[in-house]
Design a protein around this ligand. Structure first.
Ligand code: CTP
Length: 417
């Protein structure tokens, strides 16, 4: 699943020192399979050469409006119409002003006027230029016309001063490219809640009972669901991986927190995917002060709530979620245990993983799963990247929703914050 593959992205580069970071962005987009066409202003070429972008993108960078007419069918109109996305990074105060006014005297502004694709801009400038009422007024105009503005961020500036004005990092801009391209994806309009990570049950202020879950599978599901156009809520316990941008984040550390967070979100959840490793037991007492060795060796435990069981009960009352997917981390009697869990927890689908395998399951980037559904099917998938596993799960979720015609049809969602 690669939303950037074969997408035509017009990358406008204007004259700011951050243009050097755009080289990295261009490289990342190209490596992800996008067809990147770089457009540069004269000032941009003072910072980075057209040759650099040409070599990285595999297409000569366009530096002159008339250069667009040298090919057979190229012109700013043709180029603009081929675009899936227009990105301008860095965007200087000057080009922003020209865009706001509708001037069209360079390849970037002319293309901006002709393009109907979504627009993403990453402004970068000195703090006072950014704060100037003229810049802010121009920014407002661009936003009102639908531009998605990323950054600027605060930090060290080229002048040596510190303040607002740094261009957003290429990795962040890349994530937003994915989000914008997802807007009309196959899951657009669908609200998916995903639980992720491993819960922690507190013994005292220092110690907890936890588990090996890293959150990688849940984060992969959230990112891929977002890239397919869904509106995603990620309810996460402790995770060792950063959550994706552009999803609604809710922290829930203990099983009890997870229960409340999930139940609170049910009315707005079409699909619930419970990838979190939720504790089954917790200490009966959480001590307020750190326990001393002298306290002994015994910790008395009690059961935590079963989140999916509670979801099953609430679902009968409110009719949501339409579909529930669970995970089964097993070490023995895998298929039989997973089938029993699917029935007991009233799930439409369960994703079974053998957590004894070294290259699959906890903490690694790959997983080998078997997907079981209520019709008795059990599809064993080969070892694959967790994002590919996520795609396989979501693809089947989409199939089940369509097949059962249970009240969801693709629509236009908004995944932007
Ligand atoms: N789960 C849950 N509430 C719990 C424990 C687990 O909702 N207190 C969910 C998990 O998120 C997962 C599914 O139930 O989607 C199965 O989790 P697992 O730990 O494999 O199963 P358990 O219910 O704990 O059953 P067992 O102890 O028999 O393995």
């Amino acid at each position: 699943m690669n939303i950037l593959a074969e997408k035509t992205i017009l990358l406008g580069v204007t004259g700011g020192i951050a243009a050097y970071k755009t080289v990295d962005l261009c490289s990342k987009l190209t490596q992800a399979g996008a067809n990147v066409r770089v457009l540069m202003t004269q000032s941009a070429q003072k910072f980075v050469t057209a040759l650099t972008f040409g070599a990285i993108s595999g297409h000569a960078a366009i530096t002159d409006l008339w250069q667009l007419y040298e090919g057979e069918k190229i012109g700013h109109v043709t180029l603009a119409h081929e675009a899936d996305l227009l990105v301008i990074a860095p965007l200087t105060a000057h080009t922003m002003a020209r865009m706001a006014q509708g001037l069209a005297n360079d390849p970037i502004t002319a293309t901006y006027l002709s393009a109907t694709a979504p627009l993403l801009v990453a402004p970068a400038m000195e703090t006072h230029m950014w704060e100037h009422p003229a810049t802010q007024a121009n920014l407002k105009i661009l936003k009102e016309r639908g531009a998605v503005v990323i950054g600027p961020e605060s930090g060290r500036l080229a002048s040596g001063a510190s303040g607002m004005g740094r261009m957003a990092e290429p990795a962040t801009i890349l994530e937003y490219c994915r989000i914008l391209l997802a807007r009309e994806g196959p899951l657009s309009g669908l609200r998916i809640t995903i639980t992720s990570g491993g819960t922690r049950e507190w013994v005292d202020p220092v110690r907890f009972m936890g588990n090996r879950a890293s959150g990688k599978m849940g984060v992969a599901l959230a990112r891929v669901a977002r890239d397919l156009g869904a509106q995603v809520t990620l309810i996460h316990a402790a995770m060792s991986v950063p959550p994706p941008i552009g999803v609604n984040l809710v922290e829930a550390i203990r099983a009890e927190d997870m229960l409340h967070a999930v139940l609170d979100h049910l009315p707005e959840t079409d699909v619930l995917i419970s990838a979190a490793a939720i504790a089954d037991f917790r200490p009966k007492v959480t001590h307020e002060a750190k326990l001393k060795k002298e306290a002994g060796t015994k910790i008395e435990l009690e059961r935590t709530p079963d989140v999916l069981k509670a979801v099953g009960e609430r679902r009968k009352e409110i009719g949501k979620p339409l579909l529930v997917v669970g995970f089964a981390a097993e070490t023995t009697d895998l298929l039989a245990n997973a089938r029993r869990k699917m029935a007991r927890k009233n799930l439409e689908m369960i994703v079974l993983n053998d957590v004894t395998a070294k290259d699959a399951g906890f903490g690694v980037d790959t997983n080998r799963v078997t997907i079981l559904t209520r019709d008795g099917a059990a599809e064993a998938l080969p070892l694959m990247d967790k994002e590919d596993v996520a795609f396989q799960i979501l693809h089947r979720v989409r199939g089940l929703l369509g097949a059962a015609s249970i009240g969801w049809s693709p629509g236009k969602g908004s995944v932007l914050p």
